[in-house]
Design a protein around this ligand. Structure first.
Ligand SMILES: [Fe+2]
Ligand SMILES: [Fe+2]
Length: 182
């Protein structure tokens, strides 16, 4: 099953490059460049901000953070995350993926899969924004914080799946073909 919501990794046929170029050897590869580093760092940053949002919601539910402060932080981090993710997906869809997709016919289909992930993530981002806004409108009530935590946990699962599979597909293509993505 290729859909983001039901996947537990890249489909076997699309793992042909990552099988020979496992993650542990990426950074030492001669074609690992600054842009690849930057791109992987963006993924790390998304994971980090999402982790902050989740631990914030947990602290809020445990009464370990002032509700007003939590609302301010949630607004800032969620706004930042959704905005940056939107820009990141758009650069991938319009700039990186069209170049990368033409390099190796064996994994070309993987870029359609990632594109479909972005569409699915758009829906998840929209729902996360709704739940966040509902919480912020009544941040003193704990019920909204519970819903926020649930929404964040679900979103984290989908985003992490997408980022990991995307890295497993994209980085081996870059290392193998060293395309000029600038
Ligand atoms: Fe992506
Ligand atoms: Fe990405």
């Amino acid at each position: 099953m290729d859909e983001l919501d039901g996947r537990d990794g890249l489909p076997e046929a699309l793992r042909v490059l990552v099988e020979t170029l496992p993650r542990s050897g990426w950074e030492a590869h001669p074609n690992f460049d600054g842009l690849t580093r930057f791109w992987l760092d963006r993924h790390l940053m998304f994971r980090d901000v999402l982790g902050r949002l989740r631990s914030g919601a947990e602290a809020r539910l445990d009464g370990k953070i002032d509700p007003m402060r939590h609302a301010r932080e949630t607004q800032r981090y969620a706004g930042f995350l959704l905005n940056e993710l939107h820009g990141h997906h758009s650069i991938e869809d319009h700039h990186y993926f069209p170049v990368l997709q033409g390099l190796d016919a064996r994994v070309a289909r993987g870029f359609d899969l990632l594109d479909a992930d972005h569409v699915a993530l758009d829906g998840h981002m929209h729902r996360l924004a709704e739940v966040t806004n509902a919480y912020l409108a009544e941040f003193e009530a704990a019920a909204g914080a519970g819903r926020l935590r649930e929404a964040l946990a679900g979103f984290e699962r989908f985003l992490d799946r997408h980022l990991t599979d995307e890295e497993d597909l994209v980085v081996p293509v870059i290392l193998t073909y060293a395309p000029d993505l600038r």
